[in-house]
Write a protein that binds this ligand. Structure first.
Ligand SMILES: Cc1ncc(COP(=O)(O)O)c(C=O)c1O
Length: 489
């Protein structure tokens, strides 16, 4: 039974899950392999920590400890903890632990930090220095920083005691992490290297993927098991190794921030994902790449569709040494249709869901459940959709953006811009003022402005362009109309 009238449903969410998902072609998370061991009867076997015999997850005891240890071995770490609020929750746990361990934290980070990081640094009063971002204006994507830039920023400021790298990027780009760790260790043996590896839960299991953070020698990392690791939504792992990160601080934060009643089904789903990846990861990643390759090849044949190749990215951005090819990034600018329109049409007409879409791009995430058949169907649907949309009248014209501003002028730490110390300002009058909110436009999905930074003319030009293409882009900020911005008083 399809959900016909959602208003009349007494259990709308239940109905959607029971009746609406079937038949959808999902090029998006969660990535769950059909062969992953399943948990029986989720209603009948739900149980809590009151069942003492099995141990307590937040205390890391009993079967939970056993499962954590098995995962640590599989994911090349010394220690692992399972987390049930995604990498969002895991990032909070790690940053709280590091704050408690280090006292004063000065963090160097790339600009592509997830919201959980920008929120946690505020909550834990962590001072952050952002590396000037690299942005490919043609592809409209963030590109990671060069090793030399990271090393030189660290050398310039010896007070930095934490390096955060969000790698791979959303589009799957990574750098030579092993080399970076090696170079950093030559002059600073105490610096803690934390990798937000939300998109890399599958990396430890195939040499066709970028080297994982633990293998590269990072101290601590988080992964979203639900993204490319075959776990249910919300699942995540925290891995760490060596002596720089102290176990008691991580456990203390884990106990503070994880619910006292985590879903054992979610935790068990991480255990099952670990088993699948450990025993069959290499083969299933080979299959995954075959599907993504077929999708890529088929999409390439559609006129006006440009599939961004690994060769193109590596030749234009030498620091990128590895790419997760399960991500298929497509630029549709030449078709005269926006990524936004195409993605909406694919969803409405063909029930094809993509991971991300923006002004000119669509990102397909090849997941463990995608089949060759789905790849073929999708290629056909994309071709049909472009043909139909091109015939429609009043299509928006090709989108032209100004260059993404890369210059960052920090006035104060984000945590100093809290309470009532801000006011709403007309964006046209805001140049030179201190921004009191995060402004994250799509594209590119990284902060244009962070709290505590000075608003520059180029920021306003970029925001004006977004406002012009308001139906095809979006911006995360307080005013959805992009007319006002919060500034510090
Ligand atoms: C780099 C990065 N870190 C953390 C997260 C949060 O992950 P989760 O959805 O598992 O909470 C995301 C989500 O997309 C992400 O891209």
């Amino acid at each position: 039974m399809a959900v016909k009238d959602k208003k009349k449903s007494i259990t709308p969410l239940v109905d959607i899950l029971n009746h609406d998902i079937d038949g959808i072609i999902r090029w998006c998370t969660p990535s769950i392999h059909p062969k992953v061991p399943k948990i029986n009867g989720i209603y009948t076997n739900d149980i809590s920590v009151s069942y003492h015999k099995i141990g307590n997850p937040s205390m890391d005891t009993g079967v939970f400890h056993q499962a954590h240890k098995l995962a640590a071995k599989a994911y090349k770490a010394d220690h692992t903890l399972f987390s049930v609020n995604g990498s969002t929750g895991s990032n909070f746990i790690v940053l709280r632990a590091l704050k408690h361990q280090l006292g004063k934290v000065k963090m160097l980070a790339q600009r592509n930090v997830h919201k959980s990081i920008s929120c946690a640094i505020e909550d834990y009063q962590i001072d952050v220095a952002y590396l000037k971002p690299h942005y490919d204006n043609k592809l409209q994507i963030f590109v990671p920083n060069k090793i030399e830039e990271i090393v030189s920023s660290l050398k310039k400021d010896p007070s930095i005691n934490l390096l955060l790298l969000s790698l791979p990027t959303y589009e799957g780009l990574s750098i030579d992490l092993k080399q970076l760790v090696k170079q950093v260790r030559r002059f600073n043996n105490d610096l803690i290297i934390f990798v937000d590896e939300a998109w890399g839960a599958h990396f430890p299991f195939s040499h066709k993927m970028p080297v994982c953070a633990m293998e590269a020698g990072a101290d601590i990392c988080v992964q979203s098991t639900h993204k490319q690791g075959s776990g249910l939504q919300q699942t995540s792992m925290i891995h760490w190794q060596g002596n720089r990160v102290k176990r008691r601080f991580v456990l203390d934060s884990y106990q503070c921030l994880i619910t006292t009643s985590p879903s054992f089904h979610l935790l068990a789903s991480i255990d099952a994902a670990r088993y699948l990846m450990e025993t069959q990861g290499k083969e299933i990643i080979d299959d995954l790449l075959e599907v993504s390759n077929n999708l890529r090849e088929g999409l390439k044949r559609i006129p006006g569709v440009r599939v961004i190749s690994e060769d193109y990215i590596i030749s234009h951005h030498k620091q990128v040494t590895a790419i997760d090819k399960s991500k298929v990034l497509v630029n549709v600018a030449e078709t005269g249709i926006s990524g936004f329109e195409l993605a909406h049409y694919l969803e409405e007409k063909y029930k094809v869901i993509v991971e991300k879409y923006e002004a000119s791009n669509i990102l397909f995430l090849t997941t463990f459940q995608n089949s060759q058949f789905e790849a073929e169907q999708t290629i056909k649907y994309v071709k049909d959709a472009i043909g139909t949309l091109q015939k429609m009248k009043n299509r928006p014209k090709t989108i032209v953006f100004p260059e993404f501003p890369e210059n960052i002028l920090k006035d104060r730490s984000s945590f100093s811009v809290n309470g009532n110390h801000f006011t709403k300002e007309d964006i046209a009058k805001s140049v030179g003022k201190v921004c009191a909110e995060y402004v994250v436009p799509y594209p590119p999905g990284i902060p244009l402005l962070a709290k505590g930074e000075i608003i520059q003319k180029e920021h306003i030009e970029y925001l004006n362009a977004l406002r012009h293409y308001k139906d095809l882009t979006y911006v995360l900020m307080s005013d959805k109309d992009i007319s006002t911005i919060l500034v510090a008083r």
